[in-house]
Design a protein around this ligand. Structure first.
Ligand code: MG
Length: 251
């Protein structure tokens, strides 16, 4: 039996940047009785809380079974019952010089390729400390607009190709629906899985991972390459169905 179930967030647990559904909240509340749960995504920690943790109807002690890895696993949070708050276990931050280089190149590439949005919904480029995120339409763009912008990821891969040779030592990932996440090289969702394996003293084979971007180039792909059992979903409803089946055979 698996010991830990790990999830990508956007389009695996929830509609992009939106809270999880009641159905998902209920199924996760049941799942936590049997498994440790990890969430690993390009989003920032506050999004994890708003989208998932705040939507769960569970007792506080159950929070200790959650492993939150925002910004592509460049940060790791666990709940501390004594301090009654989330504790940061590590953070792999970018230097100011690296951040500046990333931001300049993203702006130039998007402008040259004609993808720089003149009237964005909030910031297009966000500094998340350990990650710089490019959100083509702005951080607060409505989901329908975001899904329509780059459904085949071609625009984002064009930007990635444009900047790849200029960002040595950095990792560029296409994730979510309009975003590109840039972190230090070698820190990806597989790196996050290694950290969890060390923390819990478990094996690769003890983990099952759910993601919607498991194809080469996608931000969930490193987990598959690392050799962890993966289930590919295209929307959160698929995840609910699979989790109900898992709970059914576990109970
Ligand atoms: Mg996703």
């Amino acid at each position: 039996m698996k010991k830990l179930i790990a999830f990508d967030l956007d389009d695996t647990l929830a509609v992009t940047k939106s809270p999880i559904s009641d159905q998902m909240s209920e199924v996760l509340a049941r799942l936590i009785n049997y498994y440790e749960i990890c969430i690993i995504s390009g989003g920032k920690f506050e999004q994890f809380k708003e989208q998932v943790i705040n939507q769960l109807k569970i007792t506080e002690d159950k929070l200790t079974k959650f492993h939150l890895m925002p910004t592509c696993g460049t940060r790791y949070y666990k709940y501390d019952l004594i301090k009654k708050d989330w504790q940061l276990l590590y953070s792999e931050d970018l230097s100011e010089k690296q951040k500046k280089l990333i931001i300049e190149n993203l702006k130039q590439a998007a402008t040259e390729l004609g993808y720089w949005e003149a009237k964005p919904y909030g910031e297009i480029i966000e500094d998340r400390g350990s990650q710089i995120t490019f959100s083509a339409l702005g951080q607060e763009a409505p989901p329908d607009k975001k899904y329509a912008w780059d459904p085949d990821s071609k625009k984002r891969f064009a930007i990635k190709d444009y900047i790849a040779s200029k960002l040595d030592g950095l990792e560029i990932r296409v994730g979510g629906s309009t975003s590109i996440d840039i972190t230090l090289a070698g820190i990806d969702k597989a790196y996050g899985m290694v950290k969890i394996i060390e923390t819990l003293g478990i094996k690769k084979s003890d983990i099952l991972f759910f993601g919607d971007r498991l194809q080469p180039g996608g931000n969930d792909y490193p987990v598959k390459m690392f050799g962890i059992d993966c289930l590919e979903v295209s929307r959160w409803q698929d995840t609910v169905l699979a989790l109900e089946a898992i709970i059914h055979v576990t109970e």
